[in-house]
Design a protein. Structure first.
Ligand code: NAP
Length: 272
């Protein structure tokens, strides 16, 4: 499995997104992903499936040290005492003694970022998280967070796919040595039905969904596609045996559109 290095972390470049994968059926998909070779699982306290992720991990028989597990602290829990409680609850849910990566799920303007970053660093110092990072941070917030943290941030997890231009956040992350993790990398399924991606994919014997993932990887991203279909797990993994040409990369870059987000951010007070 290809890895992406960022500020001391080695993060598998492909992970499994697990939003809405829960219960026995969700755990079965996650377990199967691990058996097929996925070595990075993305969950969050808010997904309500950390117990299922932990169960799948144990059922897979894959050693704990071989799997990179990410979870996230909800925006409502960013005051230090709450953050600590939420992170420990996530570990109890997962039945793990530490996660590989703990992220702030969304920023929260009502809680001073300095306090939140202090609490995140404490989670790392005390061994609950091997690495820390953020999610849904704008350029300004990312730079503030990196300045406030006494520990390096390893990723900013953001929505990114061919319909959404993210070059400013990408450049800000690169300046700080922070990897970008692309969530909704198939635009929640939309990219799988895209004519341009399908046409380009045909030349390589690949599907439109695979082209979307490959485009992100060639742009330096870590990708965390989700599927509830076991047959699609292998499809979404098979993105490291072909390369898009420069003109194909550029053509896909032109699919970006205004309001290209597929994830609703309307509720998030800090999002611009
Ligand atoms: N940090 C955040 O705020 C945040 C926000 C959103 C998501 N995330 C994370 O990112 C992960 C991925 O994002 P996402 O779940 O929003 O969207 P996504 O991975 O872009 O797309 C998932 C959707 O695409 C379909 N799909 C997957 N592979 C396919 C393929 N090869 N061909 C056709 N359709 C395919 C799936 O349907 P089937 O199940 O039917 O295959 C599902 O409906 C999440 O699960 C979560 O872990 C984080």
């Amino acid at each position: 499995m290809q890895v992406t290095e960022a500020n001391g972390a080695k993060i598998p470049t492909l992970g499994l997104g697990t939003w809405q994968l829960s219960g026995r059926s969700g755990a079965r998909v996650i377990e199967q992903a691990l058996r097929l070779g996925y070595r990075h699982i993305d969950t969050a306290k808010n997904y309500g499936n950390e117990r299922d992720v932990g169960e799948a991990l144990r059922a897979s028989g894959i050693g704990r040290e071989e799997v990179f597990v990410t979870t996230k602290v909800p925006a409502s829990d960013l005051a230090p005492a709450n953050l600590e409680r939420a992170a420990k609850q996530s570990l109890a849910n997962l039945r793990l003694s530490e996660v590989n990566l703990l992220l702030i799920h969304w920023p929260n303007a009502r809680i001073p970022l300095a306090e939140t970053m202090g609490a995140m660093c404490k989670m790392k110092h005390e061994g609950y998280a091997r690495h820390i990072g953020v999610s849904n941070f704008t350029v300004a917030l990312l730079e503030e967070a990196a300045t406030l943290a006494s520990e390096p941030l390893v990723t900013n997890q953001i929505e990114w796919h061919p319909y959404l231009e993210q070059s400013k956040v990408q450049a800000a992350c690169a300046r700080q040595g922070i990897a970008v993790t692309a969530y909704s990398p198939i635009a929640q399924g939309q990219a799988a039905g895209d004519d341009t991606l399908a046409r380009i994919g045909k030349r390589h014997g690949k599907t439109a969904g695979q082209v979307s993932l490959r485009w992100l990887v060639q742009n330096g991203a870590i990708v965390i596609p989700r599927t509830s279909k076991i047959e699609r797990l292998s499809e979404n993994m098979a993105i490291f045996d072909f390369a898009l040409a420069d003109d194909e990369m550029a053509e896909i870059g032109k699919l970006a559109r205004r309001n290209g987000r597929v994830v609703n951010t309307g509720w998030a007070p800090d999002w611009d």
